[in-house]
Ligand binder design. Sequence first.
Ligand code: FEO
Ligand code: CA
Ligand code: CA
Length: 717
Amino acid sequence: MSHNIYDDNEIVNSSTNLHMDDLLAIRLSRRQTLKGGIGLTATALLGGLSLTACGGDSSSGLKLGFAAVAKNKLDVVTVPEGYQVSILHALGDPMMYGDESWKDNGSETAESYNRRIGDGHDGMYYFGMADAGTYQAERSDRGLLCVNHEYVVQPYGLHANGLTAGATRVAAEVDKEIYAHGVSVVEVKRNIGFDMSMVRGSKFNRRITSATEMAFTGPAKGSAQLKTKFSTDGTKTRGTNNNCANGYTPWGTYLTCEENWLNVVSRAAADNANRTAKEVVALNRYGLPENRKSPYLWDTAGADDLYSRWSSTATGANATEDYRNTANTFGWVVEIDPFNATSIPAKRTALARINHEGAWPAPAVVGQPIVIYQGDDARNEYIYKFVSKALWDAKDVAGGMAAGAKYLDEGTMYVAKFNADGTGQWIELAYGKNSLDSKNATYAFEDQADVLINIRLAGDIVGATKMDRPEWGAVNPLNGEAYMTLTNNSNRVSVAATPTGSQLKPDAANPRYYEDTYTNSDGSTKVNKGNPFGHIIRWKEDAANQAAVKFSWDIYLFGAEATDKPDVNLSGLTAVNDFASPDGLYFDPRGMLWIQTDDSAYTDVTNCMMLAAVPGKVGDGGTATAAGGTSTLKGANATPETVRRFLVGPKDCEITGIAVTPDGKTMFFNVQHPGENGSLAKPTSAWPETQTSASSIKRPRSATVVVSRKDGDNLGA
Ligand code: FEO
Ligand code: CA
Ligand code: CA
């Protein structure tokens, strides 16, 4: 099974919203430069850390101070001179005593993955911890690290002899995969200098898997659409999976986000006949037509409820007798309290159901709502914003799941519309507003639960902007501007074309269309089409208010090869900072921006990478015409002083997930799926062992890496 079938490329949005290319008669003019920051004054809090307003200075004197790492295809993590790396944990490592170390032969039991590190390391967050075992945001030498385990990347790594092929799966292999998904929470502490290691056996160490029981909370709790044989009143479910990126809250909890759950959810042939017309519309819109087999085929491993629950098929008299609603139980933001190992995770339904890449909070401000940005990662999907009803009270720091209920169970969802003139709107997605009601011809919404469960349909109806696959977001702690990566879209077509199916013409916010042919190492050629290198969009909310319904935007950076033509390499990238397919994105507590790649367009030249950046602000560039002829707004060109390659990962990997301690001295990042293009018989990577033993022949494994400076100074500076 190749990586491709698990990848993030589901195309399901074929709705016919008005696109920005329809609005191109509007002449682009350089938009008014907005003066000043958004006024995050001394009351601003980021995870409990006080931040000082910078009057619009978004960089706070930060300077990049390392020698750029060259692009390369080595089977190691390459970091700048003066930096050191260690491996915190990798697939299968035991978190507690009593389980044997990874044997490198796939002999670990499924049950032991309740206490072992899962596979496919992805989003993560570091929470400082006080001596008393409570949340202490500013602490850097001891904390809890939450890591998502997105998917079983390499069946050849997890199973003894690789994945057993066939139309039906072997139950023991499925069991192991169910437990290798989810989240790990481990205690970490500093050793010598600023390196950190996992505290094996810590009472805080915990695995949450695709079998862990969790609650539904918020408006959709108890909805008929969430009822299953397991929970006949629709208030709970089992498992979180395909946990991609993440979020965190100022009260010290972790948010894990369910992205490509279609990997594990099937639907039987002829199921439409047993469904209402509305159900069929909703299932199709979320990529689950009848007779759709999931890549993992978990539902085929046996008649037991543990396996049959992975098929969203009507087999009983009603929803309480089967798992027809399984698909509706995934796609949520799940809140976990890492400081309470017995707490029950909550699927916070007020944040809606999509292919959740992540959930990124703006810095919390006392007396203002909690604001969380979200992206739906599939081609042509949308960017969303959640605004809480409750206003932030700093007394709720360390408030755990009770604070989560207060801020995340009631609020308003919005979807983004990017106008061609550099302005934008957040359109409210509330039942009874903007035609989201029972009279709607596309989908007759019943109530707010129905809107939240099927919010993609709501986005279609209100004319949201279809994006080039929203991946990670991040909010600049110094000025509140939000950034989001749009990783790529091979389905953009030229302005002269007549789009068919899910094809789209470029628009101002997704402006590039071109073709790029290159020669692979084996002599074959490959054509990259559309927007193969991706870009990073950013926006500034109006009126010094993160909850505003209007914003201004520009494109911060365009991925490109340094040698590309100027209308492709629109940000002026050079050898020290050229990259493709931005994915992970993170502002560290100092305001330094970190950009990670998950790329297949530039991998003839280099493995995936991470760049460090000191960004400017919305409006610091000007207008531009992208390859293909579409006008757009772009940020100031990148220079070696503002964007620089910090590291390159091992072979066939993706670099994803990042956390930096509050003192800026220790970084954690993840290497996902090293060696994904190989197999057990013909491995292409032996990382992480190759980090210390170049001739290693061990199985490649996803892992968390710790980075620090040998001289103990600040990272990146
Ligand atoms: Fe799991 Fe969209 O990356
Ligand atoms: Ca991603
Ligand atoms: Ca990815």
